[in-house]
Design a protein around this ligand. Structure first.
Ligand code: SF4
Length: 174
């Protein structure tokens, strides 16, 4: 299996940058964006109970600069969709997403948000990525708060690595 990590040259450059304390504007912006995300909650079902607990003292999401859950999409840059999305809720969800300013990211939390889960029927959307571009899927039914935390940390890593948000790299059904 070939090594797909950074090459020796890139590693040496990173070491020099670390030693000298220099960076690029893009890296500084990415660092700030990843460490000051304000989530907009979209709790729809049982998964939302697990999502709520990440603000508790046990999980303490404020360690990552995310203590402020926003009720307004205009002051949020992360949409955590937790729970099943019915077809009736699809339009409001898309409206909330459209009201968020860019850059913005989406986490699909749990089996229902990711794929419809056990609700393979005519009322439930079979995956929220049919209406909004998803950056991270967190598996589970429900995922434990630790799993959501891991999804959030993976998202932070993607942003710091310079990967664009999902809406820039793939379209979704209109
Ligand atoms: S994935 Fe499981 S816990 Fe989450 S909303 Fe669906 S049924 Fe409920």
């Amino acid at each position: 299996m070939p090594n797909k990590g950074p090459g020796v040259f890139e590693e040496e450059i990173e070491k020099i940058e670390d030693a000298l304390g220099i960076t690029t504007v893009e890296k500084a912006v990415a660092w700030a964006q990843a460490n000051s995300m304000w989530p907009d909650t979209f709790g729809l079902a049982c998964c939302a109970i697990e999502m709520m607990s990440i603000v508790s003292s046990r999980y303490d999401i404020s360690r990552f600069g995310m203590e402020r859950f926003s009720s307004s999409p205009r002051q949020a840059d992360l949409l955590i969709v937790s729970g099943r999305v019915t077809h009736k809720m699809a339009a409001p969800l898309r409206q909330v997403y459209d009201q968020m300013l860019e850059p913005k990211w989406v986490i699909a939390m749990g089996a229902c948000a990711s794929s419809g889960g056990m609700f393979n029927n005519y009322t439930v959307l079979q995956g929220v990525d049919k209406i909004v571009p998803v950056d991270v899927h967190v598996p589970g039914c429900p995922p434990r708060p630790e799993a959501l935390m891991e999804g959030i940390i993976r998202l932070h890593e993607k942003i710091k690595a310079g990967l664009p948000p999902a809406y820039q790299i793939r379209g979704v059904a209109q």
